[in-house]
Design a binder for this molecule. Structure first.
Ligand code: SAH
Length: 419
C-alpha cells in the first residue's frame, strides 16, 4: 500500500480523530511497487504515518486540498469486515434512536425512512446512504467511496433487514474532474420488484413511510437522494403548531411539511416550489394521505415573486415555513447568502398575522448559527415586527455530527413568534 508521511506536528489533528489530511500537511509520498504513475491514484487506499513513523490510519486518497479522508484510525490496513462493521454500527444507532421499522418511532408512528450513513458523522467520510422502505440510495462524494460501492452495497444488504434494492446515484456528487471507472448512477442490487419494472426510470411504485405519512420518493430524478430526510423532526414540530392555521410551506419540494401541517389540522395549506416536478409530487402525496382534502393548494412559482404578488393582494398567513436551498455553497458566497436570508425572511415576516409563527431554516454549512440568527434578526428589525424565538432547530439524530468534525453541522432553524 502507498504510504503518506506527514510533516512534523501535522499528526495532531488525526490523533484527535479529525478525519481529513490536507495536502499541505504531507511531507512525502512513498508509492507501493505496483504503481506506474508518479502519484497515488485518486480513490486508492493509502496508509498515513507521522514524521516520527507512527501509524496514524488508513484512508482514501483524493486530488485537492483534502488529500486523504481517513476511514480507520490507528491501523495500517482496513480490518477484514470493515464495511459490515461500520454499517452495522450505524444501523444500531438508528435503532437506538427508534426510527427503524423494528422500533416504534418517537412519535409512535410507523417509520421506514431514515439516513443510514451520514459521511463523517458515521465515520465514513464521503459516503451518504438514505433508506426509503425497501430501497437504499447510495451517494458517493469521493472516488474512494465510488471504488468501494459494490462492497458497501453488499454490506447494507447483509446488515439492514428492510433493504432489498440498492440504487447508486453519484452523478452530481463525485468530484467534477475525477477519473471515474464504471457507471455513476444505476442499480447495484435489484429485487424482483425493480427487475420486473418495464420502465427502469420509474420509481412510481414505491412508497416510503415517515412517521406514518406516505411519500413517493423519486430517487431516480429527484433532488439529492430523492427526499430531505433531515427535516423529519422539524416537520413533526410543524404538526404541533398547525391546528386551525393558514399555512404557507415555501420551498416545499415534495410537500414534507405540508403533509404534517394537514395531519395537524391546518385550516388551509399552500405549498410553493419553483420546480413543477416537485409540485406534481406534492399533489400525489397529498392525494395519497388525505384523499378528501380540499384545503390544500400547490403552486409552481419562484419564492420571491410569489411572496411579492401575494403581499400586493393583501394575503397573510398564521404559519409560514421557509426552507430554501443552500444559499451559500462556499465560504466566499456567505455575504450574499446572508443578504438572501434577510430578504426572504423579511418578506415572510411581513406576511405573518399578529400572533403567527415562522419556521425558518438554513442548510448552508458555510453559514453558522449566529450569522443566520443575525440575518433573521435583521429581517425582523427591517420590517419592524416584534419577534421571539420559541425553538432553535437543527439536523436530526440520523444526521449525527462527529464531535471531532464540527464541520458536519449544517442545518439550523428558528421558530419565531411574531407579534
Ligand atoms: N422543505 C423541503 C425541502 C426543500 S429543498 C422538504 O421538507 O422536503 C429546497 C427547495 O427549494 C427545492 O425543492 C427547490 O426546487 C426549491 N427552490 C429553489 N429555488 C427556489 C425559488 N427561487 N423559489 C421557490 N423554490 C425554490
Amino acid at each position: 500500500m502507498t504510504t503518506i508521511y506527514l510533516k512534523p506536528h501535522k499528526e495532531e489533528s488525526l490523533k484527535r480523530f479529525h478525519p481529513w489530511v490536507f495536502s499541505g500537511a504531507i511531507a512525502r509520498v512513498v508509492l507501493d511497487a505496483a504503481h506506474k504513475a508518479a502519484s497515488p491514484e485518486e480513490g486508492e487506499l493509502v496508509a498515513v504515518r507521522s514524521a516520527a513513523d507512527e501509524t496514524l490510519g488508513v484512508g482514501h486518497w483524493q486530488v485537492g486540498s483534502i488529500a486523504v479522508r481517513i476511514l480507520a484510525f490507528g491501523v495500517e490496513k482496513l480490518p477484514r469486515d470493515f464495511w459490515r462493521e461500520r454499517i452495522r454500527a450505524a444501523y444500531q444507532v438508528r435503532e437506538a434512536i427508534g426510527i427503524t421499522p423494528s422500533q416504534p418511532s418517537p412519535q409512535g408512528k410507523e417509520n421506514n425512512t431514515f439516513r443510514l450513513i451520514h459521511g463523517e458523522g458515521d465515520f465514513l467520510p464521503g459516503l451518504i446512504v438514505d433508506v426509503y422502505a425497501e430501497t437504499a440510495v447510495i451517494q458517493a462524494h469521493s472516488v474512494g467511496m465510488h471504488v468501494c460501492r459494490n462492497e458497501i452495497a453488499e454490506a447494507i444488504l447483509a446488515e439492514v433487514p428492510q433493504v432489498q434494492n440498492i440504487y447508486y446515484k453519484s452523478d452530481d456528487t463525485l468530484p467534477f474532474k475525477a477519473p471515474v471507472e464504471g457507471e455513476k448512477t444505476g442499480w447495484l442490487v435489484e429485487s424482483q420488484k425493480t427487475a420486473s419494472l418495464k420502465d427502469k426510470s420509474r420509481s412510481d411504485e414505491f412508497w416510503s413511510v415517515e412517521n406514518g405519512l406516505e411519500f413517493r420518493i423519486d430517487w431516480l430524478r429527484g433532488q439529492k437522494t430523492g427526499f430531505f430526510i433531515d427535516q423529519r423532526e422539524n416537520r413533526a414540530l410543524v404538526e404541533r403548531y398547525a391546528k386551525d392555521k393558514d399555512v404557507l410551506n415555501m420551498f416545499c419540494y415534495t410537500g414534507g411539511f405540508s403533509l404534517y401541517a394537514l395531519r395537524g389540522g391546518a385550516k388551509t395549506v399552500d405549498s410553493v416550489d419553483v420546480s413543477q416536478k416537485a409540485i406534481d409530487l406534492v399533489n400525489i402525496n397529498v392525494a395519497r394521505n388525505f384523499p378528501e382534502a380540499t384545503n390544500h393548494t400547490a403552486v409552481a412559482a419562484d419564492a420571491f415573486e410569489y411572496l411579492t404578488a401575494q403581499k400586493a393582494q393583501g394575503r397573510t398567513y398564521d404559519l409560514i415555513i421557509l426552507d430554501p436551498p443552500a444559499f451559500a455553497k462556499h465560504r466566499d458566497a456567505v455575504k450574499n447568502a446572508l443578504r438572501g436570508y434577510q430578504r426572504i425572511n423579511a418578506k415572510a415576516i411581513e406576511m405573518i398575522r399578529p400572533g403567527g409563527i415562522l419556521f425558518t431554516f438554513s442548510c448552508s454549512q458555510a453559514v453558522d448559527k449566529e450569522a443566520f440568527r443575525l440575518a433573521v434578526f435583521s429581517a425582523a428589525a427591517q420590517v419592524g415586527r416584534k419577534v421571539r424565538i420559541l425553538h432553535q432547530l437543527h439536523q436530526p439524530q440520523d444526521h449525527p455530527i462527529n464531535i471531532y468534525h464540527p464541520e458536519g453541522e449544517y442545518l439550523k432553524g428558528l421558530v419565531l413568534y411574531v407579534e
